[in-house]
Design a protein around this ligand. Structure first.
Ligand code: C5P
Length: 220
């Protein structure tokens, strides 16, 4: 029997992951954070001294990487050489490096095949940039979540502040604009809305309101 696959795409800071987690919880299905997989490759590159600007070195890293996605008590874990690296991949340095490594086709092809495998085996909500357009073009449930870049930067700034990371708003805004540009202009599977995705702008919406819109659409 085919599985339920829900695709949530959009730029960073739009509320995708909060929404995807809430949908997964509501429907009692799995959640796959595909951004964390690009972050894991960035983490592996930094820790192995791989030059992120050097295509040959990145290809070697990808050919040899021992990265697995597993679920423990319903929660996604990423194991790099058997070690759970989820707690180490949410730094600004890794965010930048993830955006850079994600432009390499060898990185995307490897991670996309892992994502498709999860989608084949489980009912799952996936969030990312290219789920509806490239990873699962046949998914029947696609959403594109966005918000104005200033609002997204404000949310990220507050999130970092709450974690004790001291960064000024303008710096966060500039980084977000750079990431948006990198993600939307890469040649393979750029950030884009699928033609059959529902568009949701969360600039003026609370997460609860956005969640209600999505759940209503899913019920339809
Ligand atoms: O969503 P998150 O900010 O964790 O993603 C980190 C980076 O991984 C993004 O900036 C993007 O470059 C990349 N990414 C991607 N395709 C996805 C998910 C994330 O290229 N499906």
């Amino acid at each position: 029997m085919s599985k339920i696959n829900i695709a949530i795409d959009g730029p960073s800071g739009a509320g995708k992951s909060t929404l995807a987690k809430a949908i997964a919880k509501r429907l009692n299905i799995y959640y796959l954070d595909t951004g964390s997989m690009y972050r894991a490759v960035a983490y592996a590159a930094i820790n192995s001294g791989t030059g992120i600007g050097d295509a040959k070195q990145v290809e070697k890293l990808i050919a040899e990487i021992d990265l697995r996605t597993v679920y423990e008590a319903g929660k996604q874990r990423l194991l790099l050489e058997g070690k759970n690296i989820m707690p180490y991949i949410r730094t600004p340095e890794i965010s930048r490096a993830a955006s850079d490594v994600s432009a390499y086709p060898c990185v995307r092809l490897k991670l996309v095949s892992m994502q498709r495998e999860v989608a084949e085996n489980y009912d799952v909500v996936l969030d990312g940039r290219d789920i509806g357009t490239y990873v699962l073009p046949n998914s029947k449930h696609k959403f594109f979540i966005t918000a104005d870049v200033e609002e997204r930067a404000k949310r990220r700034y507050l999130e970092l502040k709450n974690k004790g990371v001291d960064k000024c708003y303008i710096e966060v805004l500039d980084e977000m604009k750079t990431r948006d540009k990198n993600d939307s202009t890469r040649s393979l599977a750029p950030l884009a809305q699928a033609d059959d995705a529902q568009f949701i702008d969360t600039t003026q919406m609370s997460i609860k309101e956005a969640l209600d819109v999505i759940i209503t659409k899913l019920k339809e």
